[in-house]
Design a protein around this ligand. Structure first.
Ligand SMILES: Cc1ncc(COP(=O)(O)O)c(C=O)c1O
Length: 372
């Protein structure tokens, strides 16, 4: 490690992350290369972000071309990439309007404001164990008390249910029911189709809005463009981020055409939201996540599930439940050139590029089996 790298690794960064002592300098498909030239098979994908793999030619070319044309105009004007992306996402959803921002938490903030404005109500019902982001609004609806406690008081009106107690929490003051189709950070727990159907029925009965947080599950990660397509329940609105631009910062709130628009000029904004370079890359991502790639995701998912014990999840949002702590397994995998994540103290999380080859999947499975 050079002196400069050491300084970058150890100083001038607030300690919000427990970082590994590795500096990655290059990416190549499903592989990462560190500052010493060592290659690692990437089963983390930047935590479910780099869906097409590092330097995928489609978003790379689109971003380069846009970099050479126009970087920023403000949201006082239209740009071609933003309009094209909104149209592509609308097509995928079956009719929706978009608000673009720069991250998952920002997409949740937009969803919470939209739901309150659309209903004139303040109540927000989320699930215990959920994760919706770290900004104060998104944290207020994150069902993990230790993450909330140091920052309270948070937004009033948030309530947390389990799938069994959902009905008891939704009522005449509920603006939105907010659900991850598969809880990601909370441990990779798939909501049943019945729970989602019940949430849909409760929202309809009480005049509340059903919002799915597809920040982690969307853009092909779960084997369909949106995870809800596999679970059969369509929300009124949903949030996207992570995989949408394959690693460039972007977030989106999509509001279905059957739901109220609610927002008027001045209600919400983001200086960088809808950035032309990020939107150009995202257009290329949406075009690349086609039926063939989605079939590949489902087949790789089956391959992992058949080969590794105690696996759960949907598509390539997978968890392997361990008998003991996950951290030493992550370290052992890294030492063997394999990057994996965690989702809780005893849970490994696998969120590889959707483009991972079957051979690389087998290599990862062999390495993990040796370690486990
Ligand atoms: C389901 C879900 N929602 C929201 C977020 C927050 O996204 P971001 O870190 O981009 O703010 C995450 C991040 O992991 C997430 O998994």
């Amino acid at each position: 490690m050079t002196e400069t790298t050491q300084v970058l690794s150890h100083h001038n960064l607030l300690p919000t992350y427990a970082r590994q002592e590795i500096t990655f300098v290059e990416g190549d498909g499903s592989w990462l290369i560190d500052s010493n030239g060592a290659r690692y098979l990437d089963l983390l994908g930047g935590i479910a972000v780099v869906g097409l793999g590092h330097l995928h030619p489609a978003p790379l070319r689109a971003a380069h071309e846009q970099l050479d044309r126009l970087w920023h105009t403000s949201n006082l004007f239209y740009t071609e990439p933003m309009e094209q992306l909104a149209a592509k996402l609308s097509d995928r959803f079956g009719g929706a309007d978009a608000f673009f921002c720069n991250s998952g938490a920002e997409a949740i903030e937009a969803a919470l404001k939209w739901a309150r404005k659309a209903t004139g109500r303040s109540g927000l019902v989320a699930l215990e164990g959920s994760f919706h982001g770290r900004t104060l609004g998104a944290l207020s609806v994150t069902g993990q008390p230790p993450k909330r406690a140091p920052f309270e008081p948070l937004l009033p009106g948030a309530a947390f249910a389990t799938p069994d107690t959902l009905a008891g929490h939704v009522g005449g003051d509920t603006a939105a029911i907010l659900l991850e189709p598969v809880q990601g950070e909370g441990g990779v727990h798939l909501l049943s189709a019945e729970t989602l159907a019940e949430a849909r029925a409760l929202a309809d009965r009480h005049g509340a809005l059903l919002v799915f947080d597809e920040v982690q599950t969307g853009v092909g990660r779960c084997g369909a463009f949106f995870a809800w397509e596999r679970l059969g329940v369509k929300p009124d609105a949903l949030t996207l981020a992570k995989g949408l631009a394959n690693g460039l910062p972007i977030g989106a709130l999509l509001v279905g055409h059957d739901a109220p628009t609610a927002f008027e000029p001045g209600d919400h904004a983001s200086t960088f939201g809808g950035n032309p370079v990020a939107c150009a890359a995202a257009c290329a991502v949406v075009d690349t996540v086609d039926d063939d790639l989605l079939a590949h995701v489902r087949s790789l998912s089956d391959r992992f599930a058949a080969a590794l014990p105690n696996t759960r999840g949907l598509g390539l949002l997978l968890a392997v439940e361990l008998d003991g702590p996950a951290a030493p397994v992550v370290d052992a995998a890294l030492a063997r050139g394999l990057v994996v994540g965690t989702a809780g103290p005893t849970t490994l999380r696998l969120t590889p590029p959707l483009t991972l080859s079957a051979d690389d999947a087998d290599l990862a499975i062999t390495t993990l089996k040796e370690i486990l």
